[in-house]
Design a protein around this ligand. Structure first.
Ligand code: C5P
Length: 313
């Protein structure tokens, strides 16, 4: 039976601004997304069972229809029923290396890998933009996971414009095992607290987006100016997550006290990352924060920016 092995990198947000409400109930966002080398490995195998089967080595990952990777396979089956009938079912094996429910798009990346893999398995010949259109139906950050690299994401997060790709910055990621933040909760709470700041008319949304596109962070990325990148990162959801999860706020403060380019929560959290110039600096920062917060539930990863999205191995 034909099979494919795919690498699905995690992402961090270098920027997340909530602009306003959308008619579909989601939020109008401007984000800058960055892929990192920490990645899951997805094995896709054709099976003659006419079923979608998932297995994963991580106990917290569901193996039923609630897994985005399952829904990605189902979407491909529904969109291309003839191919589903011809090729049969698909066995999806997930090797989890990205922390779960962490704000690092681990689940989204797995779904992106399934779309890319089934495109190959069923010889569909879909282009990357076509795969990204399908990805957008499943979740707001899945289109980015398909292409990866460094990109500005607008709309729900599904409209992408590539930026000058960055690759030689190092990242320390830190997450408490026992803390997980619900993304819908974070956005709903933001809406409750900041609705009066929302812009929802098209020209207003456009001008906020343009401000970010011509702003300090995009300029710093274009010039590979690491110090400026570190100074310009921003995430609106910190205002919601930090008061509710003080340990996450303290974790960011611990990173900020180190020799780092910048530190921030990724997505809706609870992962906090710190940007560093070198691997040695990243390892030193990790050791310092580990010593300062000697909680065995606090886990660390040292990784690096990557230019790549889903890769076939
Ligand atoms: O698209 P995704 O499933 O990743 O979104 C998860 C949740 O995050 C949504 O159900 C919604 O509550 C919130 N969200 C939002 N606006 C966006 C993206 C996500 O309100 N643009």
């Amino acid at each position: 039976m034909q099979s494919y092995s795919l690498i699905a990198p995690a992402k961090i947000n270098l920027y997340l601004e909530i602009i306003g409400d959308r008619p579909d109930g989601f939020h109008e966002l401007v984000m800058i997304m960055q892929s990192v080398s920490l990645a899951d490995r997805i094995e896709l195998q054709a099976s003659d069972t006419q079923k979608i089967q998932i297995s994963c080595d991580h106990p917290q990952v569901p193996t039923d229809k609630t897994n985005l990777a399952y829904r990605a396979a189902q979407l491909m089956g529904d969109t291309f029923p003839q191919m589903y009938a011809n090729y049969g079912g698909v066995k999806i094996t997930i090797e989890k290396n990205i922390p779960v429910a962490a704000g690092l798009a681990g689940g989204s990346g797995n779904a992106a890998a399934v779309l890319v893999g089934i495109n190959l398995l069923w010889k569909l010949g879909l282009t990357q933009p076509e795969l990204q259109d399908l990805a957008g139906e499943l979740g707001s950050d899945i289109p980015f996971c398909v292409s990866g690299g460094t990109a500005i994401a607008t709309g729900r997060g599904e409209q992408l414009d590539d930026l000058q790709p960055l690759s030689n910055m190092w990242v320390v990621l830190a997450k408490y095992d026992q803390i997980s933040v619900s993304t819908p909760w974070a956005y709903q709470t933001y809406r409750q607290q900041y609705r009066d700041t929302y812009v929802s008319d098209t020209p207003g949304v456009k001008s906020r987006t343009e401000k970010v596109s011509s702003g300090a962070l995009v300029k710093a990325i274009a010039h590979h100016h690491h110090v400026e990148i570190g100074k310009s990162i921003h995430n609106d959801l910190e205002k919601i997550v930090f008061p509710a999860y003080p340990l996450v706020a303290e974790l960011k403060a611990a990173f900020a006290a180190q020799d780092v380019l910048g530190t921030m929560m990724s997505g809706s959290g609870p992962t906090v990352f710190a940007l560093c110039e070198s691997e040695a600096q990243a390892i030193a920062v990790q050791q310092q924060v580990r010593t300062q917060i000697p909680d065995p539930q606090l886990k660390f990863w040292v990784t690096k920016f990557t230019k790549k999205g889903i890769q076939v191995k």
